[in-house]
Ligand binder design. Sequence first.
Ligand code: RIB
Length: 318
Amino acid sequence: MTTATENTRPPRIAVVGSLNMDLVLQVQHAPGPGETVLADALHLVPGGKGGNQAVACARQGAQVFLFGRVGDDAYGRTLRAGLDADGIDHSGVQTDPAVTTGVAAITVEATGQNRIVVVPGANGRFVLDANALHATLQGAGGLVMQFETPMPQVLAAAAQARSAGCPVLLNPSPIQPLPAALWPLVDILVVNEVEAAALANQNVASPADAAQAAQALRTKGPAQVVVTLGAAGAVAADAAGCRYHPGLVVQAVDTTAAGDTFLGALAVALARGEALDAAVRDGIRASALCVIQPGAQPSIPTRPAVAHSPQPPAWTAL
Ligand code: RIB
């Protein structure tokens, strides 16, 4: 039986993923092939999809356990200090003496559009500590992952979560085909329109396209699929059908970590027992706040900020 105390306990979320130091180049426009441009500024900002997702979950009130790998260097130490500031348990983040911490070179244009190139560094040598993850997954409300750590480790973590009865939430970014063994282990797949198009092998240019792609992806295993559409919102698909959730109109300055913020807010809402549509609305509100601030982790909003932000328009069935 669930007690009142259990209901108020923060949800517990495990994140397996990457940690990067983002080298952010603020430019008027990104260079084309063979072109040289001058940047207006360079900023060093904590990032990495795994780190961002962990921060997004923590700022939504979850108790977060992060598993990853950094180098034995200043970037790694700075990233750990940031995780400490957000109360994230990073005892599962290994220190690699042989390679440097992951780095992402990011250009952000005046329009807020970004381009990202990642040097994996220590992320590429992450090896799952199965015992530590096993302990964390007991009673966890979700395991959140992406594709910036080696695929065998992602697969192993997903299999462990399935055995522990913990829902697996996956954003397959940077996009690559999912191994056949991974599809049935994923409970909630969150993809943007580019990732949805690649995985469903179809064009995704409208909410109707996204709904079609989402239903095709559900047949591969995930019971719930969410396709994010940037400023246009998101499409949610489950056994009940597809719903289109319109986005919020905001002045974006930097879209970095918007997807990670969406996933974190969605994961925590679901872990609290919210329905998929309510969780998608939380994701839309959190990512709308993220894009109006520069940088990855500094732009990720807190739960009170999301709670006080505008509500998106009502969803419609597709
Ligand atoms: O999703 C945004 C993140 O992608 C950046 O923080 C960068 O580090 C890359 O991993």
